[in-house]
Design a protein around this ligand. Structure first.
Ligand SMILES: *Cc1c(COP(=O)(O)O)cnc(C)c1O
Length: 403
C-alpha cells in the first residue's frame, strides 16, 4: 500500500508495508528513549519562554499545548493511521460518531445540499436525515447501488457525498471510484466511512475519495475495550475539521489513545486471521441446511462480488445470514451459541453475534424494519480470531439446538 505520511527521519519508511508501518510509523515522534510509548496523561503543557508559549498557542494541531487541541499520544496514533489510509494527515476523536459528526459539521453550511446513502450506520442516517435539516442543510438519500440515482441527485449546491461500504444489514457495497468520479469534476467533497473494511482491506483515498472516516472502536482498537474514531484526509481538510473538533470537543483520553496505539501494532496480524476465518465461515454456512442465505462480499453469491474483488483486498469480519424458521428459530440459534458472544460491535478478537431484529425491536416497528432491510431471521456476526474449527462446532451445535 502507498504510504503518504512521512516517517521523516527514517530511510525507506515511505515504502514500508502495513505490518512495519503499524510498529514503526510513529517512532520518529518519540520524545524519549522508552521503547514502548509513554502515556502523556497531562491536560496542559509547559512552555519555557513567552515566545515558546506564543508559538505553542498559535500552531494549529500542536501536540503539546492543551489536550483538547492535541496530545503526543494522539499524534503517534495519527501518524500510523495516515500511513495506513495513504492520506497526508489524520485526526483522532473520542468515537466513530465523533469523527463523523465533527467532519460533516465542519464542512457544511446553511443552504448546502448533501447526498447520503439509504443504508448507513444508524446514527449517521440520523445525522443526515434529522440533524442537518434542522440547521438548513438539505439531504438527499439514495440507494448506494444505483449510480444513476446518485448522479441525478447532484445539484448546483451539493457540497458533499457521504458513502459507507460494506454496510448493514446485507453488506451491500458502494462503488467508491465511481462516486469519486461523479463528484470530483464538480468540486463535491466525498466522505467514506471505511469502518467495515479497514484500510488493509480497502483504501478509499487511493480510489479518489477525499476523506476517510473510522470507528476506531472496531478493528483499530481490536479488543472491544475502547471507543475511538478517526478522520484521514489532506492536511488542509484536517486543519479545518480540527478547528471544529476543538469546538465540539470529541476528545479521546490519552489512556484510550495509548490502548488504540497498542491495538494497532497487531492490526495486520489480527485482520489476516479475521479475513480468513470470516470467509471460511461464510462458505461453510452456505452449505448448512438450516441456513436460508448468507451475505458476505467475499462470496461468489454476493450480488456485487465483482465490485468487491475490484475495490477490496480482503472482505472483513462481518457476515450476515438468515436462519430458516423465522424469528423464533433465529432467536433460539443465537441464544444457543456458547463460543460466539451475544453482543454488538465488530472487528475485535472475540467473535460476536446479534439477532438484528431483536436489537431494533425497541426502536422500530415491523414496517420500519422491513424498510431498513432487516428481516426477522437475520443474524449479524463479527468473526474473531478463534480457531475456525471451534467456531464451526459452536455454530453447528447452535443450529441443531432442540426447540
Ligand atoms: C460503530 C460504527 C460507527 C460508530 O462508531 P462509535 O465508535 O461507536 O461511535 C460508525 N460507523 C460504522 C460503520 C460503525 O460500525
Amino acid at each position: 500500500m502507498q504510504h503518504a505520511a512521512p516517517a521523516e527521519n527514517i530511510p525507506d519508511s515511505q515504502n514500508w508495508h502495513d505490518e512495519t508501518a503499524v510498529l514503526h510509523g510513529d517512532a520518529w515522534l518519540a520524545a524519549d528513549t522508552s521503547v514502548t510509548p509513554p502515556i502523556h496523561y497531562s491536560t496542559t503543557f509547559r512552555a519555557d519562554s513567552a515566545n515558546a508559549f506564543a508559538e505553542m498557542a498559535n500552531t494549529p494541531r500542536h501536540p503539546g499545548f492543551y489536550t483538547r487541541y492535541g496530545n503526543p499520544v494522539h499524534q503517534r496514533v495519527e501518524a500510523i493511521l495516515a500511513s495506513l489510509e495513504g492520506t497526508e494527515a489524520a485526526l483522532l476523536t473520542a468515537s466513530g460518531m465523533g469523527a463523523i459528526s465533527t467532519t460533516i459539521l465542519a464542512l457544511v453550511e446553511r443552504g448546502d445540499h448533501v447526498i447520503a446513502q439509504q443504508r448507513h450506520y444508524m446514527s449517521t442516517s440520523k445525522l443526515f436525515e434529522e440533524v442537518l435539516p434542522r440547521f438548513g442543510v438539505e439531504s438527499t438519500i439514495v440507494d448506494q447501488t444505483d449510480l444513476d440515482a446518485m448522479a441525478a441527485a447532484i445539484r448546483p449546491n451539493t457540497r458533499l457525498i457521504m458513502v459507507e461500504t460494506p454496510v448493514n444489514p446485507t453488506l451491500s457495497l458502494t462503488d467508491l471510484q465511481a462516486v469519486a468520479q461523479l463528484a470530483r469534476p464538480k468540486g463535491i467533497i466525498t466522505v467514506a466511512d471505511n469502518t467495515f473494511a479497514s484500510p488493509l482491506n480497502q483504501q478509499p483515498h487511493a480510489l479518489g475519495i477525499d476523506i476517510v472516516l473510522h470507528s476506531a472502536t472496531k478493528y483499530f482498537g481490536g479488543h472491544h475495550d475502547i471507543t475511538a474514531g478517526a478522520v484521514c484526509c489532506s492536511k488542509a481538510h484536517a486543519e479545518k475539521i480540527w478547528s471544529m473538533h476543538t469546538t465540539l470537543g470529541s476528545v479521546l483520553s490519552p489512556m484510550d489513545a495509548w490502548l488504540l496505539l497498542r491495538g494497532l501494532r497487531t492490526l495486520p496480524l489480527r485482520l489476516e486471521r479475521i479475513n480468513a476465518n470470516a470467509l471460511a465461515l461464510a462458505q461453510w454456512l452456505e452449505t448448512q441446511p438450516q441456513i436460508e442465505r448468507v451475505f458476505y462480499p467475499g462470496l461468489e453469491s454476493h450480488p456485487q462480488h465483482d465490485l468487491a474483488r475490484r475495490q477490496m483486498r480482503g472482505f472483513g469480519a462481518v457476515i450476515a445470514f438468515s436462519v430458516k424458521g423465522g424469528f423464533e428459530a433465529t432467536s433460539r440459534f443465537v441464544s444457543s451459541l456458547r463460543l460466539a458472544t451475544h453482543a454488538v460491535s465488530l472487528g475485535g478478537v472475540e467473535t460476536l453475534a446479534v439477532h438484528t431484529a431483536a436489537m431494533w425491536a425497541g426502536t422500530m416497528n415491523e414496517a420500519q424494519m422491513a424498510a431498513a432491510g432487516i428481516e426477522p431471521n437475520f443474524v449479524r456476526m463479527s468473526v474473531g480470531v478463534e480457531h475456525i474449527d471451534d467456531l464451526k462446532a459452536d455454530m453447528a451445535r447452535a443450529l441443531n439446538a432442540p426447540a
